[in-house]
Each structure stands twice: as structure tokens, then as C-alpha cells.
Design a protein around this ligand. Structure first.
Ligand code: MN
Length: 239
């Protein structure tokens, strides 16, 4: 049996559910059973949690800053309270059961907010030093900036490298990361690009988009998805 991976969806202004096919394909390629989760699943959440073997928190718009105790900065983008709500709830419940979570872009930020951390609402307006171009103008498969990976981290053991080249599509980022999580990836300008839990078997958040790179056979991205799916199977992975 393939492990069932819940994949969170967005909802558009036209009231359509939105999910890039690259998330589905990356999960399938790694051996998982993709299960898209629409917003508004609050009533079904208990059954959902029981059914899922893993959770993929996907990319998207900004997170309501009231969730981490701040009022909206002028550069805050579009927020989706219904999506915030289901994603934060699912993340917390999966963490309580030690079921694997992979958070991508906004998903990494959701993960950090779910454990009581906070975010830069806008990395450009809220940093004094020069910040790299994190909203790349290159195509999604192009690798534009470096990430230093923490030695000895779960992420390093998975990707097998201490320096990655990644794509980048964000103007928000994780700020303070509470324990038992830690920062395991950082860009040359100091922006946090990856976090992981030290208390769960597989909970990783990355600020870049590995699902876009799987199709290009990017080694680190393929390994990240493969190990995620492996850890969702009964028995998990050897660390
Ligand atoms: Mn970046």
C-alpha cells in the first residue's frame, strides 16, 4: 500500500480550488498516494488525520500575521483565513501524532506559526541589510541562490550536501524558530531557508520549491521527496 499524503490546496477568488500539478507529480514519483485537501475541511479533520500517513503543506499567499501576534505590515500580501485555519490545525495534529510533514515555501511558514514561531511579513521592508532576490524572475526550474545546510541535520543526511542551489519565490520568511525546531538552512543574506524538528521522525520545512525541481532530476529535491514518502511508511526511515 502506498502511503497517503494529504496535500493542502488553495482556493481562488473565482472560488476554484487550486493546486499545482508539480506537487501531485512529485509525490507520485516518490511512491506516495496524493490526496488533495480542500479548505473548509474542519468538520472532517479528525477522520482526515487518522487517514493520512503524511502531510504536504504547499506554497501560496501570505499568512495572517494576527496568528503570530502582529498586525498587518503595509507590504503584507493577500491572506486566506480559511486556508490558514485548516493548515495550522492539521499541522498541529500531525505533530502531536508524530506523522511526517513536509512544508514547502508558505508551508514552511505555516509549520513555524503552528509551533508558535513568527515570520518576516516582508523580508525587504523588515531587514536593514541588503537582501537577495528571493522572488526570482528566472523560470521555476532555475536555481538562483545558495543555501548553507546545517551539518549533522536530518536535511543534510537526506540531501547529502552542505550547500544547495535553490529556486526562490517568496517575500516572507521564517523569523524566530522555537524549540524543538531548529534552523537547518540559511541563505547568504541570513534569510532562513529550511527548518526541521529535533523531536519528530520527519518534519522539515523548506523555503524553496523542490516540487518544481523533481521534473529536472535535481538530486536534492528527488531525495527529499523520496525520504519523505519512506518516512510515511510504517516503520519510517533509518536516521
Ligand atoms: Mn529564497
Amino acid at each position: 500500500m502506498k502511503p497517503i499524503i494529504g496535500i493542502t490546496m488553495d482556493v481562488s477568488k473565482e472560488k476554484q480550488y487550486v493546486l499545482n500539478n508539480t506537487y501531485i507529480q512529485a509525490i507520485q514519483q516518490a511512491g506516495g498516494f496524493p490526496f488533495p485537501i480542500p479548505t473548509g475541511m474542519e468538520e472532517e479533520q479528525e477522520q482526515l488525520i487518522e487517514m493520512l500517513d503524511g502531510l504536504l503543506l504547499t506554497g501560496g499567499g501570505d499568512i495572517n500575521p494576527l496568528l503570530f501576534g502582529e498586525e498587518p505590515h503595509r507590504q503584507l500580501g493577500e491572506v486566506s483565513p480559511s486556508r490558514d485555519s485548516i493548515e495550522v490545525t492539521l499541522a498541529q495534529k500531525m505533530l502531536n501524532l508524530d506523522k511526517p510533514i513536509l512544508g514547502i515555501c508558505r508551508g514552511e511558514q505555516v509549520l513555524n506559526v503552528a509551533i508558535g514561531g513568527d515570520l518576516y511579513q516582508d523580508i525587504y521592508a523588515q531587514n536593514e541589510k541588503d537582501i537577495l532576490q528571493h522572488i526570482q524572475k528566472a523560470p521555476r526550474g532555475h536555481l538562483t541562490h545558495y543555501v548553507q545546510v546545517e551539518k549533522g541535520s536530518l536535511l543534510e543526511s537526506i540531501v547529502g550536501q552542505t550547500e544547495l542551489q535553490v529556486n526562490s519565490y517568496h517575500h516572507q520568511a521564517v523569523k524566530q524558530v522555537p524549540k524543538p525546531f531548529r534552523i537547518v538552512g540559511i541563505a547568504s543574506d541570513g534569510i532562513v531557508e529550511a527548518i526541521e524538528s529535533t523531536a519528530h521522525r520527519f518534519v522539515i520545512g523548506v523555503q524553496w520549491h523542490p516540487e518544481e525541481l523533481v521534473a529536472f532530476n535535481d538530486t536534492a529535491s528527488c531525495r527529499l521527496f523520496e525520504k519523505f514518502i519512506k518516512s510515511c511508511k510504517k516503520g519510517g526511515i533509518d536516521k
